[in-house]
Design a protein around this ligand. Structure first.
Ligand SMILES: [Zn+2]
Length: 298
């Protein structure tokens, strides 16, 4: 491990410690700093990870943008209207998916953002617990929805075998220590409980289209770039398995829109619409959509 003040150059795979690594692509932080990063693949467990990665202390500085965290609900604009509409559809869809596996019970969501999804479960009779590292998002969820929301450190204090469902929606790619997080999940999950993990999918056709400009990469905030194979190998280490997978079709449009912006397209909406549609169409046969939801159980 080579360390500067702000970044660490990894010499081995963060999951399996193998040192046989190969370069996937050079990319950059198109969202905030323009700093360059590599995507490196472990030739043993197939995990693709960002290299170098920010040190734990310095990671927060890559999130220092008003745009990244939450769309302020007060602002009235067409963009916010569309955002809220899509969010509502997504909430209903996620709720239906989860309750198809488990009708009700105790639920832990890690990375709740401002808490709209967790609140929806809470309102429908679930016993809910949320984890959110960002202080202002956490406070918003607590004050606005009266939810039980805690900092990440709470994960070590929660009782063993206490959750029927654990959900991480676009969170796993941000987690600093995957082993630590998987140990916590395994410990907290009830026997025969379900874990829902949604991540950008590096096997998706839109990564092939946009390459280093694909917004699904989002380095260095995304530390890992998962595929079904690497998620499967990771959870297998904790005696868990992928039992089903589902597409997140809206993500193809949103990710295409951001990718078009990173490419310098000043009128990105039309291209995003076309390419989002194309991505979903191309993904149909292999079920390799821009973002995927993996359902995981014993
Ligand atoms: Zn590995």
């Amino acid at each position: 491990m080579e360390q500067s003040n702000k970044k660490v150059q990894l010499k081995e795979c963060p999951i399996c410690r193998n040192q046989d690594l190969s370069l996937v692509i050079n990319t950059a932080d198109h969202f905030l700093t323009n700093e360059k990063f590599d995507l490196v693949k472990c030739n043993q467990c197939s995990l693709v990870f960002t290299n170098p990665i920010p040190t734990r202390d310095h990671l927060g500085s890559y999130y220092e943008s008003n745009e990244y965290l939450s769309h302020k609900p007060e602002q009235k604009s067409l963009r916010n209207f569309v955002y809220r509409l899509v969010r509502k559809i997504n909430i209903n869809r996620k709720y239906r998916l989860v309750s198809g596996y488990q009708a009700s019970g105790s639920l832990l969501e890690i990375g709740i953002g401002t808490g709209e999804l967790l609140n929806h479960f809470n309102q429908n009779g679930w016993e809910t617990t949320g984890i959110e590292p960002n202080e202002s998002a956490r406070k918003y969820a607590i004050n606005n929805y009266k939810l039980d929301v805690f900092e990440e450190s709470k994960l070590t204090d929660l009782p063993e075998n206490s959750f029927d469902v654990i959900m991480l929606w676009h969170v796993m790619e941000h987690v600093y220590d995957l082993h630590e997080r998987m140990q916590q999940i395994k410990k907290l999950l009830k026997k025969n409980g379900f874990v829902f993990i949604a991540v950008p999918n590096l096997d998706a056709p839109d990564f092939k289209r946009y390459k280093e400009y694909w917004a699904g990469l989002d380095v260095p905030r995304h530390l890992y770039h998962f595929t079904e194979s690497s998620i499967s190998k990771l959870v297998n280490r904790y005696s868990l398995n992928i039992i089903a997978k589902y597409p997140m079709k809206f993500d193809a449009y949103y990710v295409s829109l951001l990718s078009e912006k990173y490419l310098g397209n000043h009128l990105p909406y039309f291209s995003a619409l076309i390419n989002g549609f194309k991505s979903n169409k191309e993904a149909k046969t292999k079920n390799n959509y821009s973002s995927m939801i993996f359902v995981i159980s014993e």
